[in-house]
Design a protein around this ligand. Structure first.
Ligand code: AP5
Length: 210
């Protein structure tokens, strides 16, 4: 018997394991505080029907409901620092396991550290999702500061915004290098929200088969 035959017979099974799950899309929105992640997540949801998953929102909900976890993280968030990787990873794993996320989802504000990105790299295949499409929203500090000054969230006070920007530079900006290569797209975050979305849409449409 041709010694190649057993190998050939195995190939379809191997291909099925290696191929990314069809029809699912995971979008990671990376960018500084006030960079427009939440705003663009809404646009993407409207067009592509993927649920937005904002770790900031998940954490704020814990604080508002005064859960034991909420009481632990309230002070950390008020200072503009990052909540621990362990807590955030567990929240994300729980959220992406919900039925509405079965076709994919948009991660807004996660991952935010290299540790979180490594966790996501193992979580996605374990849950049957493909590698993420990483969108990096680029916006200069002046634009961020003036956007957040007019919003007025609890952590939008100027001294907390300064800390959030410093934390971003120190802990989250290195992720841009982590995602260098396939799957990362740098997007100019200046302009109207519609203009920014048009840039993102040019990246997503072919990946989502639109
Ligand atoms: P999070 O809620 O994620 O806040 P953030 O990253 O600081 O981002 P923002 O929500 O301020 O900005 P955004 O980029 O979403 O912009 P948005 O669209 O809202 O995190 C808050 C805290 O939670 C963190 O500090 C940390 O403590 C904790 N946390 C969250 N995730 C964590 C994680 N993974 N690990 C550990 N800790 C975590 O826009 C901002 C404003 O600008 C809005 O008013 C909007 O209307 C306006 N705007 C948006 N786009 C435009 C535009 N193109 N032109 C003009 N204005 C615009």
């Amino acid at each position: 018997m041709n010694p190649c035959i057993p190998l050939l017979l195995l190939l379809p099974a191997a291909a099925a394991v290696l191929a990314p799950p069809a029809g699912k899309v995971v979008v990671v929105l990376l960018g500084p505080p006030g960079g427009g992640k939440g705003t663009q997540a809404e646009f993407i949801t409207k067009k592509y029907g993927l649920p937005p998953i904002s770790t900031g929102e998940l954490l704020r909900a814990e604080v508002e409901q005064a859960t034991p976890l909420g009481r632990r993280i309230q002070g950390v968030m008020a200072k503009g620092e990052l909540v621990s990787d362990e807590i955030v990873n567990a929240l994300v794993e729980q959220r992406i396991s919900q039925p509405d996320a079965a076709r994919g989802f948009i991660l807004d504000g996660y991952p935010r550290t290299v540790e979180q990105a490594r966790f996501l790299d193992t979580l996605l295949p374990r849950k049957g999702f493909p590698r993420p499409v990483v969108i990096v929203l680029k916006a200069p500090v002046e634009a961020i500061v003036s956007r957040l000054a007019s919003r007025g969230r609890a952590d939008d006070k100027p001294e907390v915004v300064r800390e959030r920007i410093a934390v971003y530079e120190r802990q989250t900006a290195p992720l841009i290098e982590y995602y260098t290569g396939a799957g990362r797209h740098d997007i100019d975050g200046l302009g109207t929200p519609e203009e920014v979305f048009a840039r993102i849409d040019r990246v997503l449409a072919p990946k989502a088969g639109r």
